[in-house]
Design a protein around this ligand. Structure first.
Ligand code: GCO
Ligand code: MG
Length: 402
């Protein structure tokens, strides 16, 4: 088999997605997600100008060799743009291999290790009562694990809380919006939120919370300790992770489990976190971390240290990444949980897929390859629109981590 063509489909069915389609001389094609929220066209140009010309004529079955060719062969390593581009190629090649061998991708990764993939979804409200009601709503839908976020009193706009009753979507069309942040108000408030949520849902539901990189290590240690009575499944991104050693201090002070890694693009971003067991869950994504080939190595390394996966699954990861993550999660032994944030109905129409949710678990389906397709005619009706993630400022105007 030979790669005869590869092209990009950049569309915006309610939000932007960059999709790579690799075609072969046997009529089989594969899809890869190349979406990097707020920087979409940089990855598209990287693929178009620098990667696609090198793919034509290659044997798509040589997934490992093509990964090494794009990673080592570029000389310049890592970075979200490079690794998202490599991931798009890699995932499309796994899709092609599955279709060529007439088997779902999870079978290529060792076969299923479980019957379904435990997922968590997002609950949010502008205050505690609304957040509790939102958690209850998602439990009513069948979720066994729910992330809870709430507006913080005295902070005009909070992370993870949608505006105007719409489902939460991090990116907004137009130039970057601004949101506000007060660590002091948040730290005093967060235990009250989880006291109320735990009281309402009982002991068995898994509760999660995203700190979104906003605390210093000692502040995160205080948060973790204050949340211990409510036994969270995890607190996510308690502090920025460029300095991996920052997590040592948090770890020494609290038994609240820690998840991080959604912004990582290389195994090396997580190396110390894993080998020192400073985290419990690694959140790297297939799209930003270099694809299935790269994440399989990272997950296997994590397994040795009893660190489990909890992959990022926000709406900016397309249904192609969602499908890849579900095949991956069904197969590997040290799977922990998978994030599931619903795409809009229009996005689901553009990307018809076989994966399904039932009673707290998702399943990728048994179609050959990834089991996800793209309706190019419908995608063409929804062209790219510039959009950005917001930025955050402290109450005195200082720019801080969003
Ligand atoms: C999450 C995330 C997202 C990110 C978004 C950025 O845990 O789901 O933090 O909401 O902010 O994916 O593009
Ligand atoms: Mg997050």
């Amino acid at each position: 088999m030979k790669i005869t063509n590869a092209r990009l489909i950049v569309c915006s069915p309610d939000r932007n997605f960059v999709t790579l389609k690799i075609e072969t001389d046997e009529g089989i094609y594969g899809l890869g997600d190349a979406t990097l929220n707020g920087r979409e066209l940089a990855v598209a140009a990287y693929l178009e100008e620098h990667v696609i010309p090198c793919l034509i004529g290659r044997d798509p079955s040589q997934i490992e060799d093509i990964w090494q060719y794009l990673y080592r062969g570029a000389y310049w390593r890592r970075g979200p743009v490079t690794m998202s581009a490599i991931a798009a190629v890699d995932v499309a090649l796994w899709d092609i291999k599955g279709k060529a061998l007439n088997t779902p991708v999870y079978n290529l990764l060792g076969g299923k290790s479980r019957e379904g993939v435990l997922v968590y979804t997002h609950a949010n409200g502008s205050n505690i009562d609304d957040a509790v009601a939102s958690v209850e709503h998602h439990i009513g839908e069948g979720y066994l694990a729910v992330r809870a976020q709430s507006g913080v009193p005295g902070v005009a706009s909070s992370y993870g809380v949608p505006k105007g009753g719409k489902p939460y979507e991090p990116a907004e069309r137009g130039l970057p919006g601004e949101s506000l942040w007060s660590t002091e108000r948040y730290l005093n408030f967060a235990p009250k939120l989880f006291e109320a949520v735990r009281k309402s849902v009982g002991e068995d539901i898994h509760l999660l919370h995203d700190v979104h990189h906003r605390l210093t290590p000692i502040e995160a240690a205080r948060l973790g300790k204050s949340l211990e009575p409510y036994h969270l499944f995890w607190m996510e991104d308690p502090t920025p992770a460029e300095n991996q050693e920052a997590f040592r201090l948090i770890r020494e002070h609290t038994v609240t489990p820690i998840a991080t890694g959604e912004v990582f693009n290389s195994f090396w971003d997580a190396h110390d976190l894993i080998r020192h067991q400073w985290i419990d869950y690694i959140r790297m994504t297939i799209v930003h971390g270099g694809g299935i080939t790269a994440l399989k190595k990272a997950a296997d390394f994590a397994a040795v240290y009893q660190v489990r996966t909890g992959f990022h699954g926000a709406t900016d990861l397309s249904p192609v990444t969602m499908a890849a993550a579900l095949h991956f999660g069904l197969a590997i032994h040290n799977f922990g949980i998978q994030e599931h944030m619903h795409h809009t109905a229009l996005t689901d129409q553009v990307f018809p897929h076989h994966y399904k949710f039932e009673a707290g678990y998702m399943h990728p389906g048994d179609a050959p390859g990834l089991g996800v397709d793209i309706d190019e005619a419908l995608a063409a009706k929804h062209p790219y629109q510039r959009a950005y993630l917001p930025i955050a400022r402290k109450l005195d105007g200082t720019l801080t981590d969003w």
